[in-house]
Design a protein around this ligand. Structure first.
Ligand code: PHE
Length: 491
């Protein structure tokens, strides 16, 4: 019979029992009994009440007595019929001091001074070892000792008191003598057949502690992110607040001089938000200047010459790039009374409705750097990029002219990867257009250079992964996360 059922049968007849009693009745380890009781309690078949009780146990010396006999008996047995000098027997018998005085006071031995030297001699022919008998009983769990006897053994350090925790069991509301097998998992078969309606399910144990993890681990993306952050901070960049995943089209596109018919706004690339679908709050004077530069031009530009609509700018979306954050920061900078040079950076999530493949996900991270100062140009951009990418371990960079609506000139950045032995495209950059900066209110002689790259690409290169799903998503190998070293990009 299973232990659980044995316990139930036992309670059926006695109504109340201590787990220690069950342990000795069933000759079963107490912890095992407690384990079984806990599972019965989860089924509400029993109720357990914790109790503390005192138990007497043999000390190491007590165990020796139980095995070999009491010190006084051992001494008595070593006294030869013709007697022995006291000094002699003290040498040959272990624990002789205690043994001698106990045997003397029990009247088992005496000292014969009739001859030349006094001799220890037996006084009686037969003795019994009650101490040993008592201690053996205790090891068997029988304790009929009178209090004074027990105290004497305690004083002699043969017995010690221990507190034991146990449980008193009574019947629970679901008490029965047999255990119904409870289901632990809801399966699709149960749903299809309707069996779930009649089956009984095991209640969750919300108190279960679970497996404690040895320690936490940073995901490779976080390791690389902290390395990038370190580089930016060392170069004196300030981190921009990137906590708004939901952005308006205005800050994501219009502020960046991206025309409203730009294909990137198309629902194929952008996740638009349905609720709340729009934002109404904008700095209106600035919005008017943005509208004007798109539709009519200004600041030396002819604009795009189309009918700019506020409704398009109001549409909420998941930001498609962190340049939306840069736009907000630069607008804020333009509101300062006196312009001061700035270096900003951000590393955070962006979202694009892209076809998913080995290297593309619908959400990824961008690393972005922005430098604002008077009189900056392409040469400054190249030198800043050189300094930045050198810190990542890339000594050789190449640039290819590119197009962004908000930068002119724009350059794609290529780096020579010595490990891979080839040039890889690593980022995008440019000098922000006046059509973007001047409506914000920045002084005309202020230029802003910026660049962006993904966090995933360098992470995959660094950790030798060639499928992005090995890095993000349900298929990520936790061992990979735990065992990868911290990131040093230049190593
Ligand atoms: N926003 C660009 C992108 O999403 C990157 C970029 C940032 C380009 C800053 C130029 C300047 O790819």
């Amino acid at each position: 019979m299973e232990l659980n059922e044995k316990i139930l049968r036992y309670i059926e007849n006695c109504d109340k029992v201590d787990t220690l009693k069950l342990s000795s009745e069933f000759n079963e380890d107490h912890q095992k009994i407690v384990g079984a009781v806990k599972s019965l309690e989860a089924l509400e078949m029993v109720i357990s009440e914790p109790v503390k009780s005192i138990k007497w146990e043999l000390t190491g010396e007590g165990q020796l007595v139980a095995d070999k006999g009491s010190h006084e008996v051992v001494l008595y047995n070593n006294v030869p019929a013709e007697g022995i000098a006291q000094a002699e027997i003290m040498k040959i018998v272990p624990n002789a001091k205690v043994g001698f005085s106990k045997a003397m006071s029990a009247g088992w031995i005496y000292i014969d001074k009739s001859g030349g030297t006094p001799l220890v001699k037996k006084k009686v022919n037969m003795i019994s070892d009650t101490v040993q008998e008592h201690l053996i009983e205790i090891t068997k769990g029988i304790d009929n000792l009178a209090d004074n006897v027990r105290n004497d053994y305690k004083k002699r350090k043969l017995l010690q008191e221990v507190t034991v925790k146990s449980f008193v069991l009574t019947k629970g509301p679901q008490f029965a003598t047999t255990i119904k097998k409870l289901e632990t998992d809801l399966t699709s078969e149960m749903l299809l057949s309707g069996a779930w309606k009649s089956l009984q399910f095991k209640p969750y144990n919300f108190d279960a502690l679970g497996q404690p993890p040895d320690c936490g681990h940073l995901h490779p993306l976080l390791k690389v992110r902290s390395e990038f952050r370190e580089i930016f901070l060392e170069l004196g960049f300030m981190e921009m607040p990137t906590n708004m995943y939901v952005e308006s089209s205005f800050w994501n596109f219009d502020a960046l001089f991206q025309p409203q018919q730009h294909p990137a706004r198309d629902a194929h690339d952008t996740f638009f938000i349905s609720s709340p679908a729009t934002t109404e709050q904008f700095p209106m004077d600035y919005l008017e200047r943005v509208k004007k530069v798109h539709s009519e031009g200004g600041y030396g530009s002819q604009g795009y010459r189309y009918d700019w609509k506020i409704e398009e700018a109001q549409k909420n979306l998941l930001r498609t790039h962190t340049t939306a954050v840069s736009a907000r920061m630069l607008y804020k900078l333009a509101q300062q009374k006196e312009f001061t040079p700035q270096k900003y950076f951000s590393i955070d999530k962006v979202f694009r409705n892209e076809t998913l493949d080995a290297t593309h996900l619908a959400e990824f991270h961008q690393v972005e750097g922005v430098v604002a100062d008077r009189g900056l140009g392409l040469a400054d951009l190249i030198s800043v990029l050189d300094a930045f990418f050198k810190r990542l371990g890339f000594d050789k960079l190449q640039f290819k002219p590119a197009y962004n609506p908000y930068t002119e000139p724009s350059m794609e950045i290529f780096a020579y990867h010595t490990g891979l032995g080839k040039w890889i495209e690593i980022g995008n950059s440019g000098v922000f257009r006046p059509e973007m900066l001047l409506p914000m209110g920045l002084p005309e002689d202020v230029n802003i250079i910026a660049w962006g790259l993904s966090l995933e690409r360098p992470t995959m290169i660094k950790y030798g992964l060639n499928n992005i799903r090995d890095l993000v998503g349900p298929k990520v190998d936790l061992n990979m996360v735990e065992n990868n070293p911290i990131c040093r990009l230049d190593k």
